[in-house]
Design a protein around this ligand. Structure first.
Ligand code: 8X3
Length: 253
């Protein structure tokens, strides 16, 4: 048993490996789950294994009207969200900034930052009114450590970390917790998405090393979310043992 188990957990972008891993862990704690995705068919096998009540919401997190409508239509058993896991997010491209596709920049900012802030803003007043709740934001080591080709992705994650810490400043005394979870290398479809389906390039990211797994990240999210209510983890940075910060770049003639 854990000190605290959230009764209703909402996970955005839950069709991917992180979302599935989080859903399994909170289901094991008996939480009711709100899972959101653009494509609900990606939940089929997961739904077969979950034995807790699940409410699915189909939207692109960038579609504010769709998000508002879905939240307004939550069934009674799901309205009081105890834990919001802002998991939807992505990286697109890793070429230098001066070669980047500006459409990629827009999608990253709209998804990783704008949508995350709006969904938080929609869910937060209810938590404050109830005097309890927890926002867990999936940030990244990229928000702290810049790297070549990271540009807008790194900056978008710095937003997530700083937004999380700023929320803490407003929420002390409300009973609502906020945590920025900042993983390093985790083996998922993250790189396949970043490299737009180039499986060979994506595989190279994880070759000959031991990356974290989605279950490792789920372990972290479950840990911060099941601590006793007086205990807030502001931010938690995790990496595989085989990864560490790199050197600053120096140009030599
Ligand atoms: C994912 C970690 O290092 O690929 O956010 O940016 S990294």
């Amino acid at each position: 048993s854990v000190p605290y188990a959230p009764k209703v957990v909402m996970i955005t972008g839950a069709s991917g490996a992180f979302g599935h891993a989080f859903a399994r862990r909170f289901a094991a704690l008996g939480s009711r789950l709100i899972l959101t995705a653009r494509d609900l068919s990606k939940f089929n096998s997961l739904l077969d294994e979950l034995t807790v009540p699940v409410h699915l919401m189909q939207f692109d997190v960038r579609d504010r009207k769709a998000v508002e409508a879905a939240l307004a239509a939550l069934p009674p058993d799901f309205t009081d969200i105890d834990l919001l896991v802002n998991n939807a997010g992505l990286a697109l491209g890793a070429d230098p900034a001066f070669k980047a596709d500006l459409d990629d920049w827009e999608v990253m900012i709209d998804t990783n930052d704008k949508a995350l802030a709006i969904i938080t803003g929609l869910v937060l007043p209810g938590m404050v009114a109830r005097g309890a709740g927890h926002i867990v934001n999936l940030s990244s080591i990229a928000g702290t450590y810049p790297y070549p080709g990271g540009h807008v992705y790194c900056a978008s994650k710095a937003f997530v970390t700083q937004f999380s810490l700023s929320l803490r400043a407003d929420l002390t005394g409300t009973g609502v917790r906020v945590t920025s979870v900042e993983p390093g290398m985790v083996q998922t479809d993250f790189s396949l998405v970043r490299f737009k389906g180039d499986a060979e390039r994506a595989a190279k990211v994880y070759a000959d090393t031991v990356p974290l797994t989605p279950e490792d990240v789920a372990e972290t999210v479950t840990w911060v979310a099941t601590l006793p209510p007086h205990f807030n983890v502001n931010r938690v940075e995790i990496m595989p043992t085989t990864q560490g910060p790199g050197a600053l770049s120096v140009h030599r003639t």
